[in-house]
Design a protein around this ligand. Structure first.
Ligand code: ADP
Length: 296
């Protein structure tokens, strides 16, 4: 299986003890998922598609991906831009985030559509998110969605996490319209119920499943924090319980690692229920460690 993840990876500055001191790492939803997938399945070819700069910090990001076994050969380099950055601050145990990403190179990832089309053509499974769509300009976003639709029609597996982030969109209506187009280009949709209820007004996970199935997806898996995961697939609707975790350290990347756990089972001929149970076990480990990238 050759897996391609498309999106943005940023430099992360996280507080480390002494006030005013930060540790730099790299994170981003589609990157986190790929990093976990590679950790779970070193036998899978895992490639990342994004755009970065030609400066030192972009080189460091590429090196970190390569150390993790990720294929970086498709990543675009732009001398006029660099990677985005975010800073985490802690006040009374609450984390707050500041972002510098308006000029990030990743916003241009779909500008060389031939390169992107070739990358998609070479993959068996293609993964993207609502954040991938949010950072692009409307015209290049349209080109990416069209290429994904064609890949889906050609029999490839296209997987999408809506990852609703209203702050990245001009208005909630645009976010909802584009996210539904993302789902309609996909076979597998992996939403998180809390976000879906807030922005789409879904009364329960079943409503989220029906909405994305109606958009054209054929498999919808709805994550819901500590509550059972609900899924819809080929006329079947069911839920899978999630283990109770008593020592939660940090829920960052719970959804991203869950997705990786699910993708790690894609090429094994096992029931949905078992794929989802495996995905929940991965997320359970991740929320018991600090930060986005936890050694499994
Ligand atoms: P997101 O990170 O996208 O908001 P969720 O919070 O729904 O996603 O969590 C994704 C998965 O992580 C859940 O389906 C579950 O398997 C696991 N998880 C998250 N929070 C908890 C929790 N409090 N207890 C147990 N498992 C959890």
């Amino acid at each position: 299986m050759r897996f391609l993840s498309i999106g943005e990876c940023m430099a992360e500055f996280a507080p480390c003890g002494t006030p005013g001191t930060f540790r730099m790492g790299f994170a981003g939803d589609t990157f986190n998922t790929l990093w976990y997938l590679r950790a779970l399945r070193p036998d899978i070819e895992a490639a990342y598609f994004t755009a970065v700069g030609t400066d030192n910090i972009s080189d460091s990001l590429i090196r970190q991906m390569q150390v993790a076994g990720i294929d970086t050969s498709l990543i675009l380099r732009r001398s006029d831009r660099t990677i985005g950055l975010y800073l985490i601050e802690l006040a009374d145990g609450e984390r707050s985030f500041s972002y510098w990403r308006n000029m990030s190179a990743a916003k241009c990832l779909a500008e060389e559509i031939e390169t992107l089309t070739e990358a998609i053509a070479a993959a068996d499974v293609i993964y993207f998110s609502g954040i991938t769509l949010a950072i692009l300009k409307a015209d290049t976003r349209g080109s990416l969605l069209e290429t994904l639709r064609q890949a889906h029609a050609a029999g490839k597996t296209v997987a999408f996490d809506p990852n609703l982030r209203p702050g990245l969109w001009p208005d909630p209506e645009t976010m909802k319209t584009v996210v539904m187009s993302g789902a309609s280009a996909s076979n597998i949709v992996l939403p998180s119920f809390e976000d879906e209820a807030l922005h789409f007004g879904d009364a329960d996970p079943g409503a989220t499943i029906e909405r994305y199935l109606c958009a054209g997806a054929d498999r919808v898996i709805v994550k819901n924090g500590p509550h059972p995961v609900a899924f819809g697939h080929q006329g079947k609707r069911d839920t899978v319980p999630v283990a109770r975790i008593s020592n939660i350290v940090d829920t960052t990347a719970a959804g991203d690692s869950f997705n990786a756990g699910y993708f790690a089972e894609l090429d094994r001929d096992i029931p949905q229920h078992d794929m989802i149970a495996a995905a929940s076990r991965v997320a359970a480990k991740v929320i018991q460690g600090p930060g986005a990238l936890v050694q499994l």
